[in-house]
Design a protein around this ligand. Structure first.
Ligand code: UDP
Ligand code: MG
Length: 332
């Protein structure tokens, strides 16, 4: 596989149930493209037999490459690992559960090549198979992100997209610790197009995005792209200042009238309210400081434990080394 044209990155976490269906559907599509390709299956530290199954399928499907992370590092980190390892001129990322139809990959590649584009987004035109809860939370998420990042973020574009080598190289050099690719890629401003598809039902297995992870993704997205939460502190401070001016006038008037003893309730409430506001603002500030701290520490967000293509021509030797994200990107 000297000149890999297309890399297909598939992050997988406990996806053993879906692997047979995935292989059966993905392989004919990719074989039919008529280009050299590789599938970079990133096993995100699964506890089930995902890695074993992938390895087994790799015996009969030489283009299937297994990259195993040492522990569960999260969807976006698994994508990062896949982008770093991918060798193709074009890189497609796709979910393992067949909610994104592999058939659309052919269309994406054709559009990108014909129009000379760097990015092609898969956009969900129909989410009727998702639960009502998922659709509503996703709708709110994309509305918020369009406001924060700007109008360039395609609505309903998840992590099914095609990137050119140029874009991948730019992404690899970014020092972000918690990248959210669906916002990061549009914010780079490369020439792009959209390919619409209907979101299908998960082919097998369960969702790996419980509410906790959805909230974490939404907060990462917000904090990565906007300092607006910090501005809340300034506004609250302004409000409190105006209220305090009024209270000072009130205090002087009451003192001049000589009735000063009652007033425990108002004092008590003012102390409660102001300290709560201060704690909230400190917490928000702390979130951003923590992000700076994590970036400065430069700890890897994942460790690659195994790469079935290690040692092949064009790949650096990795069997059991740990590659910090940033340092790897800085290698010559
Ligand atoms: N995933 C992953 N690591 C995780 C969680 C999820 O690699 O910690 C993968 C998962 O295997 C799937 C993709 O990310 O290929 C999207 O996850 P899922 O389909 O569960 O999310 P949903 O479609 O329900 O939002
Ligand atoms: Mg899914």
């Amino acid at each position: 596989m000297e000149n890999t044209v297309l890399s297909v990155v598939v992050p997988m976490y406990d996806e053993e149930a879906v692997i047979p269906a995935l292989v059966a559907r993905l392989r004919p599509v990719l074989d039919g493209l008529g280009v050299d390709y590789e599938v970079v299956a990133v096993d995100d530290g699964s506890a089930d037999r995902t890695a074993n199954l992938l390895f087994e399928h790799g015996r009969t499907w030489p283009e299937l490459r297994l990259v195993r992370l040492r522990r569960n590092s999260g969807h976006q980190a698994a994508l990062t690992a896949g982008l770093q390892r991918a060798r193709g001129d074009w890189v497609v990322s796709i979910d393992a559960d067949l909610q994104d139809p592999p058939e659309a990959i052919a269309e994406m590649l054709r559009v990108a090549r014909e129009q000379g584009l760097d990015v092609v987004y898969g956009v969900r035109s129909d989410r009727s198979t998702d639960s009502a809860f998922k659709r509503h939370t996703a709708g709110a998420y994309y509305r918020l992100m369009r406001r924060l990042v700007g109008g360039d973020v395609p609505a309903q574009a998840g992590d099914f997209r095609l990137l050119s080598r140029d874009v991948v190289e730019v992404l690899k050099k970014l020092p972000e610790r918690a990248p959210v690719y669906r916002l990061l890629v549009p914010s780079l401003g490369f020439a792009s197009a959209e390919v619409a598809y209907a979101r299908e039902r998960r082919a097998a297995g369960e969702t790996k995005y419980p509410l906790r992870r959805m909230v974490a993704l939404a907060w990462d997205s917000t904090a990565n792209f906007s300092a607006a939460p910090l501005r809340i502190a300034t506004w609250l401070g302004g409000l409190a200042f105006v209220a305090c001016l009024a209270l000072m006038v009130f205090g002087v008037v009451v003192w001049a009238n000589g009735t000063v003893i009652p007033g425990w309730t108002s004092l008590f409430l003012a102390v409660l309210l102001l300290s709560a506001v201060q704690l909230i603002c400190l917490g928000l500030l702390g979130e951003y400081v923590a992000r700076i701290y994590r970036t400065v520490q430069d700890r890897p967000t994942f460790h690659i434990g195994f790469d079935s293509a290690a040692g092949e021509a064009g790949t650096d030797e990795v069997r059991s080394v740990e590659i910090p994200q940033q340092r790897a990107a800085a290698l010559p």
